[in-house]
Design a protein around this ligand. Structure first.
Ligand code: NAD
Length: 743
């Protein structure tokens, strides 16, 4: 046998051990070659009379297998044509005829006529767990705290396609299995043993011997579902009468949580239900059919690309300029210990960075450090961290008013009030103590970086480092380049962002940069709808059902309606218009200035708020000002409003590209999902336009919306050109693929 990804040995008892070990990788994934190797091993075990049984295990200390190789998946259909270019029918045909899927391979393994046991030293996810489920016995390590098992496919818009949706329900029951598969949630070893996903737990060093002992004791082993009289757990012969009920409940569960936006979950449920009504071989064919249908959806394509591949690439520094050597950051100063500064200090300390936290008075600085203590205390009380570790982290933060402590810092993050003069003052104060090579970053959310850099004696070292609130929970950092910012400064900043375990995107300078500018359009569109007389409850529901984390009016309240009024007036002034004649500004002025409804911070805005700051109900008296005549939301209206929300944001993204604010489709997608929660099932704004619509159809639809609701929907010249040339965002603005720093 010519194996590349497995080692294969047979002992004197005729028991074979196939050890999964993909060369050059720290973790095994199911590449096309690995699947071919499993096929070859199966054939050898089935046909070689000297072999009495097989143990499948891993040669890597990191675990058994992390699942399918998603990067390769789109190319693995073979036949000269990329899978991405094939129709659903063609893919299905290829799947059944050529058996390219792991599904068929694993069924052959399961029915090879010899007993097969799986020794799991660590994690087995997705396809990895499906391999284990196709073995007749599973023994897992009880001394590896990192061990986990699961079928996480649904999280990236996919369906487990190698038997997972059929074997797991047959093993642990439809009810339990549906929950794990629909939510994609992992389970620990003990839970897996309790449910019967694994048969035995043992110390890592003994796994293979235990597996062999089982093989010897069970020479005739077969999967339970290949034995006569098999019953699903729950006690029913092959057909499961409870399945109908589960399908109905499951459907209700899915629509309540995801509003039907995620086709994978809908397909998973159908697949489990239909598969439960037939014997395993037919069930596996049903699964392949649903797998391909799911994989072909724009949602799966967008989610795999953005939520999986792009996130991985960006968190490994794909957008970092290759030239500059890796920057080792040991000490970072934070100016301003308010909401943002305190959060930034906390994530730095968590990453082992010595942190100086400066404010105007010592009490403020101490308060900033106390924020970190509160988070750490919670971790300790939940048993997620030892007191010793928490103390160590906290000791890295030095709260002070003394700017001379900045000396020796590799980078400074300025997070004082949003005031140009104040920011200029503290930049000068910091630079007095700062080395020539250190980076000066501002966490401003609106002020252009090039302007702020004018206060710096080294504008080439000046950059925007835009965090989101709450810093410890938000994964994104938007890096903004000023006119003079050098590549070296960018590389150092990306090294910093990666060190504190955040995902960086890089954008150019503009008021509101990329994220705040585009997100603003969501709340603005919500207000347009109010002005049209649509009942706020409808607007809020449709916003959430479109996949946004909050309704636009609730978001407006949390940002502050006074801020919206101020920005609206500034924009009107900049456009040479009289803000008082603008209906939106008039309406906001009435809410804020006449009624004092400033938003959540005032306890009243579009919503009324309880003492805990949570919204209690929508304010009923909006109708004093607006004739809320649209009180019902038939499906056509829901569809139209959903489109308006999503298109409005996407068109602003396209404008950002045209103006050079953003230059990379991957950054734009990830930024839209992580910064403002743009419907994750789309894969982000660019993927929504590219995959869900195609640019030509998107432009046509946007033109229709512009004719109906106003020029804010009009597609720009760039979009029209892209439509004519048949381009996509990913072809016109391909993701940067720079290598990581040399050292
Ligand atoms: P904040 O009001 O909570 O904190 C600002 C802190 O700066 C205060 O503690 C203040 O005492 C301190 N300060 C004032 N002058 C100082 C000086 N000379 N030296 C040191 N400290 C000084 O404000 P925040 O919400 O943390 O915002 C800080 C910055 O981050 C702003 O530029 C803001 O636009 C930006 N930002 C805020 C958010 C957000 O959601 N709040 C999000 C992204 C970016």
């Amino acid at each position: 046998m010519n194996l590349e990804t497995f080692t294969f040995d047979v002992d004197s008892d005729g028991l074979a051990v196939a050890s999964f070990d993909v060369p050059g990788r720290s973790m095994n994934t199911l590449t096309a070659k690995a699947i071919a190797d499993i096929t070859a091993i199966t054939k050898e075990v089935a046909t070689n009379d000297a072999i009495k049984g097989l143990v499948v295990t891993s040669g890597k200390s990191s675990g058994f297998c992390a699942g399918a190789d998603l990067g390769e998946m789109n190319e693995s259909a073979g036949g000269g044509k990329a899978a991405s270019e094939m129709s659903e029918d063609e893919l299905l045909k290829a799947a059944f005829e050529r058996g390219f899927s792991l599904n068929k391979t694993l069924r052959e393994l399961e029915t090879c006529g010899k007993p097969v046991a799986c020794a799991l030293n660590g994690l087995a996810l997705g396809g990895g767990l499906e391999v284990a489920l196709a073995c007749h016995y599973r023994v897992a390590a009880n001394d590896n705290p990192k061990i986990q098992f699961g079928l996480p496919e649904a999280k990236i818009g996919l369906l487990p396609g190698a038997g997972g949706t059929q074997r797991l329900p047959r093993l642990i029951g439809i009810m339990e299995a549906s929950q794990y598969i629909l939510e994609g949630k992992p389970m620990k070893a003990e839970k897996a043993a309790e449910l019967g996903v694994v048969n035995e737990l043992a110390p890592t060093a003994e796994l293979v011997d235990r597996a062999k002992a089982w093989l010897k004791a069970n020479p005739e082993a077969k999967a339970p579902w290949d034995q006569k009289g098999f019953r699903f757990p729950g006690g029913v012969p092959n057909q499961h009468p409870g399945a109908t009920q589960i399908a109905t409940m499951g459907n209700a569960m899915i629509s309540a949580k995801t509003y039907g936006n995620y086709p994978a979950q809908v397909n998973i449920l159908k697949c489990i239900y239909e598969g439960s009504q037939v014997p395993i071989d037919a069930a596996l064919r049903i699964e392949t059919r649903y797998f391909i249908n799911t994989q072909q959806r724009p949602e799966a394509k967008g989610m795999i690309r953005s939520l999986f591949l792009s996130m991985q690439e960006l968190s490994k520094g794909a957008s970092r300029p290759a030239g500059p050597a890796k920057y080792e950051l040991k000490k970072v100063a934070v100016l301003g210990a308010g909401l943002m500064g305190a959060g930034i200090a906390h994530v730095q300390a968590m990453a082992g960075i010595e942190t100086v936290l400066l404010d105007v008075d010592q009490a403020n600085a101490e308060k900033g450090k106390a924020y970190s203590k509160r988070i750490l205390d919670k971790q300790v009380s939940r048993g997620k961290m030892t007191q010793e570790k928490a103390d160590g982290i906290l000791s890295l933060i030095t709260p002070s008013t003394d700017y001379s402590l900045i000396k020796g810092a590799d980078l400074v993050v300025e997070a004082v009030f949003e005031d140009t003069e104040l920011k200029a003052k503290v930049t000068k104060m910091a630079e007095e103590h700062l080395a020539d090579t250190a980076v000066m970053g501002s966490n401003t959310s609106t002020l252009p970086i090039t302007g702020l850099a004018e206060a710096s004696i080294r504008p080439e070292n000046y950059i925007g480092i835009h965090f989101f609130s709450p810093v410890e929970r938000m994964g994104l950092v938007e890096i903004i380049l000023g006119d003079k910012t050098t590549e070296e400064t960018l590389a150092k900043t990306i090294d910093y962002v990666l060190k504190i375990r955040k995902t960086p995107i890089v954008v150019n300078d503009f008021r509101g940069f990329y994220t705040s500018r585009c997100f603003g359009t969501y709340t603005q569109e919500g207000m347009e709808m109010v002005l049209e007389g649509i009942k706020p409850a409808i607007i809020e529901n449709v916003g959430r059902q479109a996949g946004m984390p909050m309704g636009p009016l609730e978001v407006s309240d949390s940002v502050g309606l006074d801020t919206a009024l101020k920005i609206g007036r500034q924009m009107a002034k900049a456009a040479g218009m009289d803000a008082n004649e603008n209906p939106a500004s008039q309406f906001l002025a009435w809410l804020v200035e006449d009624k004092g409804r400033v938003g959540r911070k005032a306890g009243k805005g579009y919503y009324e708020y309880g003492e805990d700051g949570k919204p209690t109900r929508l304010w009923p008296d909006l109708s004093e000002k607006i004739d809320l005549k649209i009180e019902e939301c038939p499906p056509e209206l829901k569809e139209e409003l959903t489109k308006r929300f999503l298109f409005r944001q996407c068109i602003e993204v396209a404008r950002c590209f045209e103006e050079g604010v953003i230059t990379d489709a991957r950054d734009a997608d990830i930024g839209s999902i992580l910064a403002w929660g743009f419907a994750p099932y789309t894969g982000g704004c660019c993927s929504y336009m590219d995959l869900k619509w195609g640019i030509a159809d998107f432009v046509k639809e946007a033109d229709r919306l512009a004719d109906a609701y106003g020029e804010r929907f009009r597609p720009n010249a760039m979009l029209k050109e892209m439509a004519e040339k048949g381009e996509t965002f990913y072809s016109r603005f391909p993701p940067a693929q720079k290598e990581k720093a040399a050292a």
